[in-house]
Design a protein around this ligand. Structure first.
Ligand SMILES: [Zn+2]
Length: 274
């Protein structure tokens, strides 16, 4: 597989790459705004990302979190351009040491790190002079940070959104934290989501709210069943259907039962409408 798509949204340029084209979760979009690039794409697609980076002068590389599809080319870009990536503080310490990537993800994306990065400030000036605000949004990953471009009403959402209906969850993801982070992000003003998997999502505030509602509803249903004495495996089967191939391939690191297990840990008493 190769470059799957290049596109533009106003002055935002984008390239979609991926070894496998099996939906939004197996491809990745690298975005460039002026001389700033957001996230790097996976290392097994370096030759295509390299071409994209070489097209224009690069002044700034901003990372959202350490996952290999987001940071995999950070070292190569740094080496090629001399630009030290900016990353959230926790991301920086993970990338400095390097991290373990489960086998399926390694096949899909390749390896990542280690790389030295600088810490991104809470308010960061982009290469075009615009300001962006870093909004810490853990849950999908403990270091994940979104970037808000207030003047444009854009949210660079990292992996907070991806899709309205989540069916699988990684071992290291946590639904209660994802819910908190989503509620926090929704307090900010934006209308377009810039997602590295899904692409440009209009009515982003509405879509993200729908995703939040979905997670709260799913948690409510799961907890209701648990209160009736139904076990987690059965709840998963009834609410989400059979596990997919990906669950099996990943050794259940990425599975439906993970999602239900995490939904059962959501404290719904603190939610006003559910
Ligand atoms: Zn991620």
């Amino acid at each position: 597989m190769a470059v799957l798509d290049t596109f533009q949204h106003q002055d935002l340029e984008a390239i979609r790459v991926g070894r496998f084209n099996m939906g939004i979760n197996t491809t990745f979009i690298v975005y460039r705004l002026g001389k700033t690039v957001f996230d790097t794409g996976p290392s097994n697609q370096w030759k295509y990302v390299k071409g994209f980076i070489e097209e224009k002068p690069l002044e700034q590389l901003i990372l959202t979190h350490h996952h290999e599809d987001h940071s995999g080319n950070a070292g190569a870009i740094k080496k090629m351009t001399g630009v030290t990536p900016l990353a959230p503080e926790i991301t920086a310490s993970i990338l400095r040491k390097g991290f373990k990537i489960p086998p399926v993800q390694k096949i899909m994306w390749g390896s990542a790190g280690p790389v030295e990065t600088d810490t991104v400030p809470d308010r960061v000036t982009l290469s075009n002079g615009e300001m962006a605000t870093a909004v810490f949004a853990p849950g999908h990953a403990k270091d994940m940070t979104c970037y808000l471009l207030e003047d444009r009403g854009w949210l660079l959402s990292a992996d907070l959104y991806i899709a309205n209906h989540l069916k699988f969850l990684r071992n290291d993801e946590d639904v209660p934290t994802i819910i908190n982070s989503t509620q926090n992000v929704l307090k900010h003003d934006f209308d377009t989501i810039i997602c590295p998997h899904k692409g440009i999502v209009p009515e982003g505030q509405k879509r993200l709210q729908e995703k939040l509602d979905y997670l709260l509803t799913l948690s409510g249903k799961a907890q209701h069943m648990r209160n009736q004495g139904i076990n987690t495996k059965e709840i998963t089967q009834r609410l989400l259907g059979k596990e997919g191939m990906m669950s099996l391939f990943s050794g259940y690191n990425f599975s439906k039962i993970n999602l239900i297990r995490s939904c059962l840990a959501v404290n719904l008493a603190s939610e006003p409408t559910h």
